[in-house]
Design a protein around this ligand. Structure first.
Ligand code: MLT
Length: 262
């Protein structure tokens, strides 16, 4: 079922009386990246997945986003649906939103799953890359950037064995509103570093990383996991940055095992 909340397209699966999980996708994707997890978890959980403003089916508006406005959007979805201490599950940019949300209102969540993400803000080189990407999209259009960025996201195993799906994901992201995509890049460029907060996280945490993740590699994620008290760290085989898509069986197993212990 789809609902529009505060201009965001929000997709709901499962029984709304069950414990809820809020899924936040990565950049430049949409809620469909969680399909394999929602198919499985909606049997026992109320699964809420929304398209980040400006991506997927959520309209771009003026494209003037900050990480704070993305966190405000998450909070508005939770408030509108009256979610009681949901489990938060974010990948990469979705993880940046999740980590900042923990820093701002951790008491509103019961557990967190961080996939292929990092707590550090962009360094100088990273900010210049974002600025270059924005300029490139303005001059060349979205498609060449989307193709290069998405190619870097996936491991070779997936790209060789799922050519059609991989091409479809590039085509879908290329069709997004460039204003929304550039807005996300600006929000990521300007985000705060959340590393200092990691040692204060009190809710149970699962940290998941694809073994061949080139964007947020295993050593970066392991060091993040080690800063969170009691966090579990799981490496996903045959996977790059998009572990929930590239190896859904292993990701679902890790998530189910984690959730069963809560
Ligand atoms: C993502 O998957 O959300 C992006 O890789 C995040 C980023 O570009 O930092």
């Amino acid at each position: 079922m789809k609902e529009i909340i505060n201009g965001l397209s929000v997709f709901l699966e499962g029984n709304n009386k069950s414990k809820s999980i809020v899924f936040i996708h990565g950049f430049p994707y949409d809620h469909t990246m969680w399909k394999a997890q929602i198919d499985e978890l909606s049997k026992n959980y109320f699964c809420v997945a929304y398209d980040i403003r400006g991506l997927g089916e959520s309209s771009a508006g003026d494209g003037q986003y900050t990480m704070e406005s993305f966190v405000d959007d998450l909070e508005s979805v939770m408030n509108e649906l009256k979610l009681n201490k949901p489990i938060l599950c974010g990948l990469s940019m979705g993880g940046y939103i999740g980590l900042r949300a923990l820093e701002r209102f951790e008491q509103k969540f019961s557990a967190v799953i961080l996939c292929d993400t990092r707590s550090e803000a962009d360094n100088n080189e990273g900010k210049l890359k974002r600025a270059g990407a924005i300029k490139r999209i303005s001059t060349e259009g979205l498609a060449p950037f989307a193709k290069d960025f998405i190619t870097n996201c996936y491991g070779d195993h997936y790209k060789q064995n799922n050519k059609d799906d991989f091409e479809n994901r590039i085509a879908k992201s290329s069709s997004f509103d460039p204003i929304g995509v550039k807005g996300s890049l600006l929000a990521m460029l300007g985000r705060n570093d959340t590393t200092e907060y990691l040692s204060q996280v009190k809710i149970p945490a699962l940290v998941i990383c694809g073994e061949h993740d080139a964007l947020t590699p295993p050593p970066v994620m392991q060091s993040m996991a080690e800063k969170i008290n009691g966090a579990e760290f799981v490496i996903i085989k045959n996977s790059g940055h998009m572990s929930p898509i590239e190896n859904p069986l292993e990701v679902n197993k890790a998530i189910n095992e984690f959730l069963n212990k809560l």
